[in-house]
Structure formats: C-alpha cells, structure tokens
Design a protein around this ligand. Structure first.
Ligand code: SF4
Ligand code: SF4
Length: 259
C-alpha cells in the first residue's frame, strides 16, 4: 500500500521500482515503494559522555525530549532542519553518523538562549549546541568555525596581556579567517568612530593599538591561566579519545609510541 507521510522519510531511504513482479503479483509503481531498513550498527556509546565533557554540554543527560527547546528556537523558525531536541536525542543514543548529516548547520545557533529559558530540565540546550559544534571540530568532522577562531583570538589576548585591545583582536581574527582588513562595514565603523568619539579617547585607542599594554603584574596570572587552559584542553582531548587516535596514527606511520 502507499506510504502515508512519505515526506517525513529521507529520499535516500525510499526504494521504488517502476516495474516489479513479486510472487506473480505486479507491484509496479508506488505499490513497490519500500522503506530501507533502519538498523544502526555504528553506535558511539561514549557520545553523550564526550559532549558532556565539553563546556556547555554538562547537563545533556537531563533531557526528557519535551521539545520546548526546538519550539522556542529562533533558528528553527527559519530552518525546520535546525532541531536541538533531535540532536540531543541522537547524541544521547550514540547515533553519530545520523548527527553528522546535520553537521553543517549545528554551528548556526545564534546563542539567543530562548531554549535555555524554555527548558524545564535545565539542560541549557544553547550550551549543548556549543559543545556539539566544538565536538564536531575536535573530531575533525567540520573545520574550525569563524566564531571559534574569534574566541581563540580573544582568549589569547586576554591570557597574554590581561587586557583587550579591539583593533588587534579584529586584525588577528581577519588574518586567521583569511578576510581582508578593509571591509566596507569595518571602514564605515571606523569613520563613525572618528566622527563621534572624543579626541582623547581616539588618541588612547590609537596608542594602545600600537603599544599593546598589559595589566601590571600580569605575568603570574598569565602563567596560572595558561596552565589551567592547557589542563582543560588535555581533559577535553582525553574525553574524546583524541590522544589515542594521534598515537595510533603515529604508530601507523612508523613513529615511536609515547611511553
Ligand atoms: S540558543 Fe541556539 S538553539 Fe537555543 S533557541 Fe537560540 S538559536 Fe535555538
Ligand atoms: S527543552 Fe530541555 S528537556 Fe525539553 S527537549 Fe529541549 S533540552 Fe530536552
């Protein structure tokens, strides 16, 4: 019989035959439409734990699939394929290959946090979306997103100097993401600043962009923050089994294993 709600099934999972006779019965046309078996064999049983180990993903286990996050989501209203509830379900079930089908849109979360306020279980879906994007990058499924580049450039400068100097952050961000410095919106913003900001402030900003001042006595704090950040990165990599993967790749390439 014809399949109702066929639109809910992915086209690649539908099999049809223009002409087909089975046991002497002609089942050509839509009578021969079959749905591919949905047996999943490549579970990642550690997937929930891997995402929970990354910042923002800590409460993923609390989700009870009510769908309030997706119902309230800003991006879902524009693109129904953006579905935080469904992705959380896939991660909890360990269905990695299914999640990877949507890997190119998960990063599109705009951090409006509507889902966070709607969630009755304090899952913090916005944080889970961030953790998932980070997980996709660390696992090599997606390239590093521009927002992740920006976070790194921003954090590097805070750790290095204990201060933020915006023009340096923007310069480094543009360079890392291969963008030209003199973009229309940027030039317009600088013009507006020159027009409207007090001369003293402009002079201080210009000086700071050349001299890149640090917070006084910052070096001890810098070392402690670096140590903590390295510790956290190591923890995240271990949680995702990335160090083991690198060791295996080295051994495959004939390099000596780490003791
Ligand atoms: S924070 Fe992200 S996932 Fe949550 S409602 Fe906003 S766009 Fe959707
Ligand atoms: S609102 Fe919270 S509990 Fe409900 S599906 Fe979304 S994350 Fe899960």
């Amino acid at each position: 019989m014809p399949i109702h709600e066929q639109s809910l099934i992915r086209p690649e999972n539908l099999k049809t035959h223009d002409e087909l006779v089975m046991d002497g019965v002609d089942v050509s046309g839509h009578w021969s439409t079959f749905i591919e078996s949905r047996v999943v064999t490549d579970y990642n049983e550690a997937m929930q734990d891997e995402i929970a180990a990354l910042p923002g993903g800590e409460h993923i286990h609390r989700c009870w699939q009510c769908g309030s996050c997706t119902n309230s989501c800003t991006v879902n209203a524009i693109n129904p394929d953006f579905n935080p509830r469904y992705w959380i379900y896939l991660a909890r079930m360990g269905m990695e290959s299914e999640l990877l089908r949507d890997k190119d849109i998960i990063w599109q979360c705009v951090s409006c946090n509507k889902c966070t306020y709607a969630c009755p279980r304090d899952v913090v879906p916005e944080g889970v979306m961030k953790a998932m994007s980070h997980w996709l990058e660390l696992k090599g499924h997606t390239p590093m997103s521009p927002s992740m580049h920006f976070d790194e450039v921003f954090a590097d400068q805070v750790i290095e100097r204990g201060k933020i100097e915006e023009s340096r952050v923007m310069q480094r961000f543009f360079k890392r993401t291969g963008q030209p410095l003199f973009q229309d919106w940027f030039v317009e913003m600088v013009k507006q600043m020159l027009r409207h900001l007090p001369v003293g402030m402009l002079a201080r900003m210009g000086l700071a962009s050349v001299l890149a001042p640090s917070t006084s006595g910052w070096s001890r704090a810098r070392d402690a923050i670096r140590e903590y950040a390295d510790e956290q990165h190591g923890k995240h990599r271990r949680a995702l089994g990335l160090d083991n993967l690198i060791e295996t790749a080295k051994q495959d390439a004939g390099a000596p294993a780490r003791s």
